[in-house]
Ligand binder design. Sequence first.
Ligand SMILES: [Zn+2]
Length: 690
Amino acid sequence: MGAMSAVDATPVSPDNPLRDESPLPFGLPPFADITPEHCREALIAGMAVQRAEVAAIAASPEPADFANTVVALEESGRLLSRAEAVFGNLASSISSPRMREIEREIAPLEAAHADAIFLDPALFARIDAVHEGRHEAGLDAEGVRLVERYHLDFVLAGARLDDAGRARLTELNQELSTLSTTFGQNLQLATEAAAVRVPDAADLEGLDPEQVASAAAAAAERGLDGYLLTLVLPTGQPALARLRNRDVRRRLFQASIDRASSGEHDNGPVAVRIARLRAERARLLGFDTHADLVLADQTARTTDAVDGMLASMVPASVANAEKEAAVLGELAARDGVELAPWDWAFYSEQVRAERYAVDTAALRPWFELDRVLVDGVFHAAELLYGYRFTPRPDLVGYHPDVRVWEVSDADGAAVGLYLGDFFAREGKRGGAWMSSFVRQSRLLGTCPVVVNNLNVSRPAAGQPTLLTLDEVNTLFHEFGHTLHGLSSAVTYPRFSGTAVPRDFVEFPSQVNEMWALWPQVLGHYARHIETDEPLPSAVVEAIDAAALWGEGFGTLEYLAATLLDQAWHRIGPDTEIPDPIAFEREALQKAGVASELVPPRYRTTYFQHIFAGGYAAGYYSYIWSEVLDADTVEWFKENGGLRRENGDTFRGRLLSVGGSVDPLEAFRAVRGRDADPTPLLRRRGLMPAT
Ligand SMILES: [Zn+2]
């Protein structure tokens, strides 16, 4: 590979704006000049350049050391990272048919690129040697951790296997990737086939006119008369809360839970095959089960830790769901029926309306986008962390909707850039997220350039943008990820900001949600768009009170799905599972979460997250980070809430370190001890009565 040493001969055309580091402030990409073809060219060239850089590292005649191997790898692939950051963000926010074409072309090339690096024996031998001597090399703690991190990345990707092992691993990966695609496609087709036909509008009584119209449109789209109730992914279907016709509710519920469990699109055997192959791969890589393999890379670390946390919540969740069931059972009895699973959401909605009477739609005039952002989100960040936000209308985003702010510290020092892209539009994917264009790193001399995307409906021309309470929470949440990215103060890009395990990354963002309804913050931003009146405190209290109703159900259906995920990923490669439905039933019974009235949020045959997504053995992550979140909210409250001192501690000990220290150690550095699940149970109304 010596012939490839001329890595500076970048095969990118000179007029490609991604060819060199951006000359704009903070390395903001020169969006106005970048086309999809520039991205494609830079991605392909970026892979070639990094292959050459890595080949040179692997072939070095020098003995392996930290600088010439691990740091050299950290410094490699800059063109590729630059192109990936731009292309990844644009493909999410301003996609087009051409962008999607490039995505399909590039994805397999990037997978092969990663394999070529991770399965290079000469390279791994060097990393292994550095890893062996890491404690005697005079490295600082971040350096030691970087070596360990690289070593683990390579080991988990199969670098330690012999030739036969590598060959088998490649086969397993290929078959698993095909099976995941099959699972997803089966599910899509089975879900479409399971849509419930309703001939008569009278049978849709209870739905609002928009829902009825969309059911009519769904039928018309398939050339059918009448109405069609199509299914969403989780077990619970939104229409169940409103439909007055009990038989239609029963049919809709049944269609949902039976999805892809028989016939042409049966996912049962696919799930079994996936679980068994994953088990085989885990054994090949030296782990007992797939769950052990996954957890080796997470803060939970062991299946015991996950089991312990989940088990501590089961009794209270079950008891609370039973209490809710009793209330609902009385309402059902008034109608002369015995409560069935398809009745739960319907009567639960009645309780919400009768007991709490919160009309969330009426709150929007208090939540104007810019006031929420500047007087709420930015204001809280200034009070807590000292951050200041200055509009930079001179800096151009990738779309006219995008606005740019420069972020500085309390002492005026530059921190980075924040881009806000809040409106829904064609070509933007759904949901809300934070992403980075540039990651902070002392090694590379970079400052963070972070973007938040939301999907708020654009108001009519000249009208203000009014948010729902959910959207306000989402903005605070996503900005929590932004704070993680902006506060980063690490040396190595591998550890920058949100580069933490999946079961930790939602924690700082969940914590930031606490300020949305914090009186001092709420009073500052939630002013009526016309009268400037603050949000009445009675309304705030009602929001708080209503939040607790239904948490028993919500937690139990989540725990059931989580424990089902764990059960599937604890089997051995030879475990016989003739009947996947029976396997599911037994797993739920064994875990103490089997309930006729509260089925898992996802059942096996439509559990896309774990069989066709990235959450295998990882669905626990949501509640795992929420334990840390709720306990941290307590910590803020115990220490006087919204104070600079608290923000400095949280920023200095946790946000700024990213993945450069053990995340749970960072948590302990703030909290002074391990996380206590009690605040989460209290928040979810799951504490036993005392
Ligand atoms: Zn998040």
